[in-house]
Design a protein around this ligand. Structure first.
Ligand code: NAP
Ligand code: MG
Length: 402
């Protein structure tokens, strides 16, 4: 069989622990036998980040901006214990944080759904993706605990000295104050990322804030989204047969629960933090959640939403059996391959990635799965496979589909 050729390299970011092991299995067993894989490889393992003073992470982010598509393995974000465990030169920052800051992107999380694992919300038939604005608001707020009587004021001093000044509250007794901000630039970037992502997955985009109460702050978000939609995306959405719609967050929550799913829900930073945990839990399992970083320029970085599954890795290193779910990492690969195929007009590559996803879903729907899913699954006969055993089962189905 002739292997499928690629044109532009995929930016491949290897990672740590159990997911690094899964990474290699996916490449060796499911991808390289079928594709003449072209990647630009960056080793983001903690050992190599330490060796290169984290330069490798910055270079990987630059490569994503250059080539447009990347796929990333989960990586360790070091804490004090990891500094000791790996004898690190310093407590390096989160690679995801570094990459997100360099690319100024928005993270979209979407569940992988299978018919035998039913969401807790009965009406949900299709996945819901959450886009969380990850800049500003309460996450970088200035807070003050008011000890006693006094006046709290909001003051802004412009570059040329002009001032805005207004009383927030005249305190009689103690209390608390919080001041937060966002920037037009960041909100614009967020809007572009959301519109691009909705177009890329061909799903409606919902956006919600509390603009009836926050008449300036939240309203600014609403206005910027509306303005960018009209100028840059209205026509493209029409052509793609999808819609953009804005609604109040309270209304959105009610509609989401009553919906069938199958849309992208864009949320402000705090709303996205809370709602993504709710949606993820209702869909079943972190091990079935994918994540993609989309930049305002339309560059894509795919990964699993879970971490490096440390507990399983230690068991693996002691020679024990593991049953670690590879679905989210596998879907990060197929997502990236599909996007590369779309940009380079490679229908064969796209069809292969789709068949690989189908083979993985069929394996679970046939009752063959890793341990984490067995408890969630509604099938009567379930066979629990090891980490590698599951991937080999997918390979069998893929082989017969090809
Ligand atoms: P985790 O790796 O997501 O694992 C937490 C637990 O969730 C596991 O112990 C396991 O439960 C279950 N789990 C997660 N993924 C699974 C999978 N694919 N298959 C089966 N079970 C799965 O989170 P963590 O233990 O908090 O973090 C471990 C390391 O990952 C940390 O060093 C952290 O910095 C890093 N991390 C990286 C990323 C990223 O790169 N995007 C994200 C989060 C965390 P049981 O043990 O009960 O089976
Ligand atoms: Mg949270």
């Amino acid at each position: 069989m002739q292997k499928i050729a690629m044109k532009t390299p995929l930016v491949e970011m290897d990672g740590d622990e159990m997911t690094r092991i899964i990474w290699k299995m996916i490449k060796d067993i499911l991808i390289e036998p079928f594709i003449e894989l072209k990647t630009e490889y960056y080793d983001l393992s903690l050992v190599n980040r330490d060796k290169t003073d984290d330069q490798v992470t910055r270079e990987a982010a630059e490569a994503v901006a250059k080539y447009g598509v990347g796929v990333k393995c989960a990586t360790i974000t070091p804490n004090a214990q990891r500094v000791q465990e790996y004898s690190l030169k310093q407590m390096w920052k989160s690679p995801n944080g570094t990459i997100r800051a360099m690319l100024n992107g928005t993270v979209f999380r979407a569940p992988i759904t299978v018919s035998c694992i039913e969401p807790s919300v009965r009406s949900w038939k299709k996945p819901i993706s959450i886009a969380r604005h990850s800049y500003g608001d309460v996450y970088s707020a200035t807070e003050y605990q008011v000890p006693n009587n006094g006046k709290a004021e909001l003051i802004f001093t412009g570059e040329s000295g002009e001032r805005f000044r207004e009383t927030i509250h005249d305190f009689s007794g103690g209390g608390v104050i919080q001041a937060m901000f966002n920037t037009d630039e960041s909100i614009r970037g967020f809007a572009h990322s959301c519109f691009n992502y909705a177009l890329s997955v061909k799903q409606d985009l919902w956006f919600s804030t509390k603009d009836t109460i926050s008449k300036l702050y939240d309203h600014r978000f609403k206005d910027i989204f509306a303005e960018i939609f009209e100028s840059d995306y209205a026509k493209k959405f029409k052509e793609a047969g999808i819609e953009y719609f804005y609604t109040l967050i309270d209304d959105a929550v009610a509609r989401v629960i009553r919906s069938e799913g199958g849309f992208v829900w864009a949320c402000k930073n705090y709303d996205g933090d809370v709602m993504s945990d709710m949606v993820a839990t209702a869909f079943g399992s972190l091990a079935m959640m994918t994540s993609v970083l989309v930049t305002p320029e339309g560059h894509y970085e795919y990964e699993a939403a879970h971490g490096t599954v440390t507990r399983h890795y230690y068991r693996h290193m002691e020679g024990g059996d593991t049953s670690t779910n590879s679905m989210a990492t596998l879907f990060a690969w197929t997502g990236a391959l599909k996007k590369r195929a779309e940009l380079d007009s490679l229908p064969e590559l796209s069809a292969f990635a789709q068949r690989l996803e189908d083979a993985a879903l069929e394996t679970i729907e046939a009752g063959i799965m890793t341990k984490d899913l067995a408890g969630l699954c509604s099938l009567e006969n379930v066979r629990i496979e090891s980490t590698e055993g599951f991937i080999r089962q997918v390979r069998e189905r893929l082989g017969s589909a090809l």
